[in-house]
Design a protein around this ligand. Structure first.
Ligand SMILES: [Zn+2]
Length: 81
């Protein structure tokens, strides 16, 4: 089993691809949160960065069910860097 903090190569590569293909959009930047949308292969996902907690979340199954960092979050991280 992979530790939660480690991203698999596949997740990273997908994130990099979405970032390069310009599929990440910043929708809103409020005092507490930043909202992004990421166009995935099949559907659009909402990614939120909670500034007060320093935490990322995404509405995809990979993130919400497994609690792992998904390719959408990784793409957004590349976007804000
Ligand atoms: Zn996701």
């Amino acid at each position: 089993m992979n530790p939660v903090s480690k991203l698999s190569k596949g997740v990273r590569e997908k994130g990099i691809r979405m970032f390069r293909e310009d599929r990440v959009k910043k929708e809103m930047d409020s005092e507490k949160r930043v909202y992004f949308t990421v166009e995935g292969e099949t559907e659009k996902h909402s990614v939120i960065f909670d500034k007060t907690r320093g935490q990322w979340s995404c509405d995809c199954k990979f993130n919400s069910m497994k609690g792992r960092e998904c390719s959408h979050i990784y793409a957004c991280k590349l976007f804000v860097k």
